[in-house]
Design a binder for this molecule. Structure first.
Ligand SMILES: [Zn+2]
Length: 446
């Protein structure tokens, strides 16, 4: 099995290297925006969009006009055009929103497809036109380096090294099966009654965020009155703070999701989830907000947005991690999972008395509504396996065919999975750990 994995480290560049990196990221942004503007006007004229080759041709023209572009590695500029091409394809395939123009300070990055040398014993990496740069070596890079992305975030430079390696299809160490229901009050509820509470550290961050955002708008207002330059140093300070809080929140969420998905993937050979699209999920969260208590209403806004994104990412991580640990991920139909009685199969709205309480009107079976959902998700997954003739009543029977099914299953759930990150899609396509990994995984699986 081909395993693609990205390893990310903080870089420790010299001041000259930092200046060059800022310049490279700026040139890539310039080229990306120029190409996007061109594609946009072609689109508006009803003309056919330019392919990657056509964009590269235009790049030669821009290089002649703006000679400073020559200072940036050509490969990095070409990779930017590839990103745009991918963002465009995702848009036309209805997987993502229309590509947006890149702003300074928003995802500043550039990528080398080759030419980098990794010197792990000395914790340094050679990047073309930058030279050797030391990095914070927190773990070993495994596999053959495929490409290297340099990015800037909150005052720090990072390097993400994407690698490829051949690993044996692992056999799952666990033999249990689990169904998972995702929700707002409980982030994830398992069919074995356990659940994962949502990450609650946002509240504190939210208040700090609001404070600095107020400060930012206040500074901006002052400046309009005094007719001074809009970006005063205090405004910039507040802006940096806002970015840092956003980063802290994003990192906390990333950490939370990684820990959760790793635990689930390591502990279960079969993982069943609802085949939900994030678009539908955000709709349901809206619906829930109306039905729910005030608490959920208060939580909407930032927190809800975070949760919405969390589900898509949760599913994406489960997909590849379950495969890494040799298990199987099944996505089942979400239809009526929370209204059907797991005991007598009676499906009715009346079974669901409140948001949390499930009481079967037919057989009086009683349980937490989310647990019922998770149990139904699991039994639907088991049904899929039975239909495939794989169920031998005990989980160990999957082991021999796990590899085959895992490939089959992962191929089967791909389309919906790639369609789950809408707005996140365009952004993540700029990083080495985004869409390329998914599509490569799909190719490897198929
Ligand atoms: Zn019942």
């Amino acid at each position: 099995m081909q395993r693609l994995q990205a390893f990310k480290y903080e870089l420790m560049p010299g001041s000259e290297q930092q200046r060059d990196m800022r310049r490279f990221a700026g040139s890539c942004r310039f080229v990306y925006n120029k190409a996007l503007a061109m594609q946009k006007s072609l689109y508006e004229q009803g003309a056919k969009k330019l392919g990657y080759a056509g964009l590269c041709k235009s790049l030669l023209g821009w290089k002649a006009e703006s000679t400073w572009l020559a200072e940036t590695p050509s490969q990095a500029l070409q990779q930017t055009l590839k990103d745009l091409e991918r963002a465009y394809s995702n848009f036309f395939a209805k997987r993502a929103d229309f590509p947006r123009f890149n702003k300074k300070g928003m995802g500043d990055s550039f990528r080398y497809p080759q030419g980098c040398k990794l010197d792990q014993p000395n914790s340094r990496i050679f990047l073309p036109k930058l030279g050797w740069i030391r990095y914070r070596n927190s773990r070993d890079v495994l596999g053959e380096v495929r490409n290297v992305t340099v990015s800037y975030s909150s005052g720090k430079w990072f390097v993400s090294i994407q690698t490829q390696r051949e690993v044996e299809q692992p056999l799952p160490a666990a033999t249990s099966a689990i169904g998972i229901d995702v929700g707002i009050v409980r982030f994830a509820t398992m069919s074995d009654v356990s659940f994962v509470a949502p990450l609650n550290s946002f509240k504190e961050h939210q208040q700090r965020l609001a404070r600095y955002q107020r400060r930012m708008s206040h500074k901006a207002k002052c400046n309009v009155k005094l007719k001074r330059t809009k970006f005063s140093s205090n405004w910039k300070k507040a802006k940096l703070k806002v970015q840092q809080i956003h980063n802290t929140i994003a990192n906390a969420r990333k950490d939370f999701l990684h820990k959760t998905t790793t635990t689930i993937s390591q502990n279960h050979a079969l993982v069943c989830v609802e085949d939900l699209q994030v678009k539908n999920m955000s709709k349901s969260s809206k619906g829930n907000c109306e039905q729910h208590s005030k608490k959920v209403k208060q939580k909407s806004g930032l927190n809800r947005a975070i949760l919405d994104q969390g589900w898509g990412e949760f599913r994406r991580q489960l997909e590849y991690k379950v495969m890494w640990y040799g298990g199987i991920l099944l996505a089942v139909s979400p239809h009526h999972t929370s209204q059907t009685c797991p005991d007598c199969d009676h499906a009715s709205k009346d079974n669901r008395q409140t948001q949390t309480k499930f009481l079967c009107v037919n057989c009086r079976y009683e349980n937490h509504a989310d647990v019922v959902g998770a149990i139904n998700i699991l039994s639907r997954g088991m049904q899929i396996l039975r239909d495939k003739g794989q169920d031998k009543a005990d989980a160990s029977a999957w082991h021999e065919s796990a590899a085959r099914i895992a490939c089959e299953v992962n191929g089967a759930v791909m389309p919906s999975a790639t369609g789950t990150h809408r707005s996140a899609c365009a952004k993540s396509s700029r990083s080495a750990v985004g869409i390329p990994v998914l599509s490569a995984l799909a190719a490897a699986a198929g």
